[in-house]
Design a protein around this ligand. Sequence first.
Ligand code: COI
Length: 416
Amino acid sequence: MGTIPFSRPRATPARRASSTSTALHFYQNKQLEAYASKETKRLTLRQLVFFGRSMTPERLLTSANYVRTELPVRIAHRIRDLQALPYVVVTQEGIARVYELYWEAFRKYPPITTLEENNAFCKFLAGLLNDHATVIPLLSLGLSLSSPYLPPDALDAFMKRMLVSRISRRVLAEHHIALTNNFNGHRLYARDPHVGVIFTGLNVARSVEHCAKLLRRRPNEGGWPEVRVDGHTGTSFAYIGEHLEYVVFELLKNSMRATIETHQHTRHLPPIHATIVAGDHDVGIRISDQGGGLLTPTTRVSSPADLFSFSHVRNGVRLESERIGALRSLSASEHGVRATTAEQRSDTGDDVEDKADPERRGGVGPHPRIGIGLPMSKIFATYFGGSLDMVSLDGWGTDVYLRLPKLGTNLEGIEV
Ligand code: COI
C-alpha cells in the first residue's frame, strides 16, 4: 500500500524508556506538529456537488489527492487535542482506544496517480471508516467516566470539536468513495439523484416518512404513535441524506418514547406532527409531540440546553453505571461491528436501504442507550450552518425546530 511511515505511540504508559523509543517518539511528534500546524481546507456542500457533477479521471485523482492530504491534517489536530487532556483522562479505556485509532489513521499515503491506485486508496479509506465505527460511543462513554477530571464546559467543547471533525473526515472519505463508485459505473442509490454522498433532490417528506416507518417497525406491545407529515410536503433540496435522516430519526424516536410514556395508561396515543416549510434560504422542519414536555417526573430535565450537552447527557448514578456496562459490552463487540460506508451502499435498492439504521448510516452506531442522540443531532444540524432548537410546553409536549440551509454555501463548521 505504499509508504506508511508513522506508527502510533502506545496510549498506555507501559513503554519502557529507551533511546530508540525516544527517537521514535520525537520523530512521530515532529510529523504530527508539521500536520497540526496546517489549516484545514474547508469546503461547502455546493463545492462538493459542483466538483463531483461531471467526473473525469483527472478530477477523480484530484479528489483522491485532496482527501489523501487533508485527512492527516484533520486527524493531527484532534490527536493534539487528545494529548492536551489530563493524563488520567487520556489513559481511560475508551479514550485510549480512540487515541490509538487516530494514530493508526494518521498516515502519509503516497500520491495517487492512476485509477488503479485510486481504487486501492478507496479500499484503504473504507477500512478506516469501518475501524472507526465505534469512535463515538467509545469517546462518549469514556468521557463520562472521566467527568470528575474535566469541567463540564471543557468536556463539552472537546467532544464537540472531536465530533465535528469526525463528521468532516467521514464526509470527505465517503464522498470520495461514492464518486469513485459512480465513476466505476456502480449505481449508489436507487431512489434519488445524487452526486457522491449528496442527494441533489432530497425529498424531505419522504425522509421523515422513511424514519417514521423504521421506528414504527420496531416491536412495541402498545403500538407506536402515528407521524403525520404536513406543510410544504413537496420540498426537496441538496443535502446529505444520512445527516438529515439521523437527526429526524433521533427526534422522532424521542417524541415517540415521550408520547408512549405520557399516555401509557390511556388507549389513545396522540399523533406526532412533522411540519415541513421551504423558505428562500432554509428548509424548516417542526416536530411537535404531546409527550408531556421536557420537565416530567422521569426526565427531570430543567432546560433544553442540558439535552444538547455531552456533559449533562442524563443525570444520576444510575446513568453512570449503565454507561460502564455499555462501554464494557461495546469494547467486547468492537471488532464485530461494521459501519455502513459509501462502499457498502453500492447498488442499494429501497429494501437494502431500509435495513440500515439511520444511526449506523450516520456513522454513529452502534448506539447503546447512552443519551448521545440529541447532542449528536445538534452537531449534524449545525455542521453546514443549520440549527436545532427545542421548546417545551411542560405538562403538554415538545416542539423541536430543525433548520437546514438550502443553498449549500456555508463552509463546513470545523474550527481548524
Ligand atoms: C472517523 O470515523 O473517526 C475517521 O476519522 C474516519 C476517517 C479516518 C476516514
